[in-house]
Design a binder for this molecule. Structure first.
Ligand SMILES: Nc1ncnc2c1ncn2[C@@H]1O[C@H](COP(=O)(O)OP(=O)(O)O)[C@@H](O)[C@H]1O
Ligand SMILES: [Mg+2]
Length: 266
């Protein structure tokens, strides 16, 4: 199963090139790392009848493989819209968006679904867990969609739950878990496919400060193990967890800054 996981996307033509970029060794030659995310003059306009909202207004930026970046801005500034585009859940109205070197607008639905399922782990503010299913079944879902067989799904789901410190809660349903534990289940689900990119939209927004720190600690661990992390938040102290913060307001990127700790270590 593992072998086919790593090779079957090569049958999708241009995905072979994409895979090289995703899997490159990011630590050795930081200056030549190609951007994993490259947005150029991205606009997103929502149309509801005659009403138009420009949620993103010409956003351009790059994020390199292995970076930990925060996107910070007030409510309504376009953060979730941006995350939907980064996660291939939606497409720009105009402008271009390249993911791992590939223009997303040229990808087929099948390729997009493949990228979302295998390469990106999503974490949302509202956890988005299925209430009727125990923790391990929630965590195995992405593997089910990826066609992994049942014993392997369970093995990997339990491993992911162990990694987030929930080995003693694998049979609990979401309603039997605290908010912090539910978000850790969601994080186990995000990392069970071993994705290169983690997109987290206000992952600490519904949590007390202790649970929020747990979640940030896990993101930090994932970053140190080589994942690219994009953390979306409206809170400056949460954004401090990242190496670099891009500030967004009214659908535009205002500027960016390195975190104090990251700046100090450079
Ligand atoms: N599906 C939609 N239809 C119409 N307007 C939307 C839709 N989604 C978001 N918006 C609008 O786009 C702007 C940005 O929203 P959003 O990306 O959710 O911001 P944030 O996540 O920063 O709070 C807001 O003005 C919001 O009302
Ligand atoms: Mg939002």
């Amino acid at each position: 199963m593992t072998t086919s996981d790593h090779t079957d996307h090569r049958s999708h033509g241009s995905h072979a090139d994409t895979a090289e970029v995703w899997m490159e060794n990011t630590g050795t030659y930081p200056l030549v790392r190609p951007p994993v995310i490259d947005a150029d003059e991205v606009w997103k306009t929502y149309r509801n009848g005659s009403l138009e909202v420009d949620a993103l207004r010409g956003v351009s930026f790059k994020i390199r493989s292995g970076e930990y970046v925060a996107v910070m801005g007030p409510s309504g500034s376009g953060k979730s819209t941006l995350m939907h585009i980064l996660g291939c859940l939606d497409v720009p109205t105009s402008g271009t968006f390249h993911l791992a070197g590939e223009d997303v607008s040229t990808m087929s639905e099948e390729e997009l679904a493949h990228v979302r399922n295998r390469r990106i782990g999503f974490v949302f503010q509202q956890f988005n867990l299925l209430a009727s299913m125990p923790a391990w079944r929630n965590v195995e879902l992405p593997l089910l969609y990826a066609g992994v067989d049942r014993p392997e799904r369970k093995r990997r789901a339990l491993e992911a739950l162990d990694r987030v410190g929930l080995e003693s809660r694998v049979d609990h349903r979401p309603g039997e878990l605290s908010g912090g534990q539910q978000q850790r289940v969601a994080m186990a689900r995000a990392l069970v496919t071993d994705p290169d990119l983690i997109l987290a939209d206000e992952p600490t927004g519904n949590l007390d400060s202790v649970s929020a720190n747990d979640v940030l600690g896990l993101l930090d661990e994932l970053h140190r193990s080589g994942r690219t992390i994009v953390l979306i938040t409206h809170e400056a102290d949460v954004a401090q967890a990242a190496e670099r913060t891009m500030r967004i307001r009214d659908g535009q990127i205002l500027g960016e800054q390195l975190a104090d700790s990251a700046a100090a270590s450079r």
